[in-house]
Design a protein around this ligand. Structure first.
Ligand code: UDP
Length: 331
């Protein structure tokens, strides 16, 4: 692959920083652009340049884009439930923020973009295995904001010569293989993370949101994908631009696990039989989301290397166990 200079928005965050490490390992130059609202300076390797700023700060972004070949755009608000109760920052950051980034890219003549999108663009898909051809009908403002950003990106591709790939992540989980880096969100909402908090005895119990879904055990089913595999997909998307490949791609393992199965897996891997409480459904949650990633395999040559839920949980547990305070500072 050609060596590139890549600007990574949200590069101090969970998936962004994992991708930064892989870019550096593969010999690329990296500029991290992050406002540290949720990311951590310590998550950014020293070999990457770092700019603290908001993506809507156009003059700063244009300056940062000098000499850049491609942008990986991770910076976003990501919590589904919060998007229902407080959609405003989701529209500002995920939609308007992407618009200002695209304008800055066009002005700076940077024409390659890999965008972090989400399975939430599908809402409640009509089939068990979700392909990219399925209707795009988000059921929460988070998914709406990401889908609108995808539409915007597609229009910029048609009109202004941008090359872009949107990667629709299913449920990102795990930590760097071996657990040296991982998720450190001040506000923890994701299932695997909360199960591990319960296993570490930092939460009194794990709460299951909804046991009356139309799924085999009544709890929601998701496709959990290792963060290291998501990072690899970004590099695959970048090199695929050289072959003229762009578009939208699902990233998952093609295998679903219910909330109860995740709880059992975390209890097994950690050896901690933490208590579980069952409550009503959480607003905005679709019942069943599992990816068909055949298109990514065919066109990007991407295939998960770490598909097992046990491995995903094991790496995340290593991170949580060895870093009880995460990155250990407010930022
Ligand atoms: N979930 C749960 N208890 C929790 C957190 C999540 O039962 O404490 C459920 C949630 O309702 C959803 C699934 O776990 O069905 C995955 O949720 P998560 O927030 O991890 O990811 P999402 O699919 O919402 O992006």
């Amino acid at each position: 692959m050609t060596r590139s200079r890549v600007l990574v928005t949200g590069g101090a965050g969970y998936i962004g920083s994992e991708t930064v490490r892989l870019l550096l390992e593969e010999g690329h130059e990296v500029v991290v652009f992050d406002d540290l609202s949720t990311g951590h300076r310590k998550a950014v390797p020293e070999a990457a340049s770092f700019i603290r700023g908001r993506i809507s700060d156009t003059p700063l972004m244009i300056e940062a884009l000098a000499g850049v070949d491609a942008v990986f755009h991770f910076a976003a608000n990501i919590e589904v439930a919060e998007s229902v109760t407080d959609p405003k920052p989701f529209w500002w950051n995920n939609f308007v923020g992407t618009l200002t980034l695209l304008d800055a890219m066009v002005k700076a003549e940077v024409f390659q973009l890999v965008f972090s999108s989400t399975a939430a663009v599908y809402g409640n898909p009509p089939s068990d295995l979700v392909t990219e051809k399925m209707p795009l009908q988000p059921v929460n403002p988070y998914g709406e904001s990401k889908l609108s950003a995808e539409t915007l990106i597609a229009d910029y591709c048609t009109a202004y010569g941008l090359c872009a790939t949107s990667l629709r992540y299913f449920n990102a989980a795990g930590a760097a293989v071996g657990g040296k880096h991982g998720a450190d969100h001040a506000h923890k909402t994701h299932l695997v993370t909360l199960c591990l908090e319960a296993a570490a005895r930092r939460l009194p119990c794990l709460t299951i949101f909804g046991t009356d879904y139309p799924t085999p055990d009544g709890t929601c089913v998701r496709d959990y994908i290792h963060v290291a595999d998501l990072a690899r997909a970004h590099l695959a998307a970048l090199s695929a631009f050289e072959r003229g490949v762009q578009g939208s791609f699902n990233l998952g393992n093609g295998k679903g696990h219910s909330v109860r199965e995740v709880v059992e897996c975390v209890q097994k891997v950690t050896g901690v039989d933490f208590p579980v409480k069952e409550v009503a459904r959480r607003p905005g949650d679709p019942a069943y989301l599992v990816a068909s990633s055949g298109k990514a395999l065919d066109l990007l040559g991407w295939k998960p290397c770490f598909p097992s839920l046990e491995q995903i949980v094991h790496d995340a547990w290593e991170w949580v166990r060895t870093h009880p305070k995460g990155y250990g500072s407010d930022i």
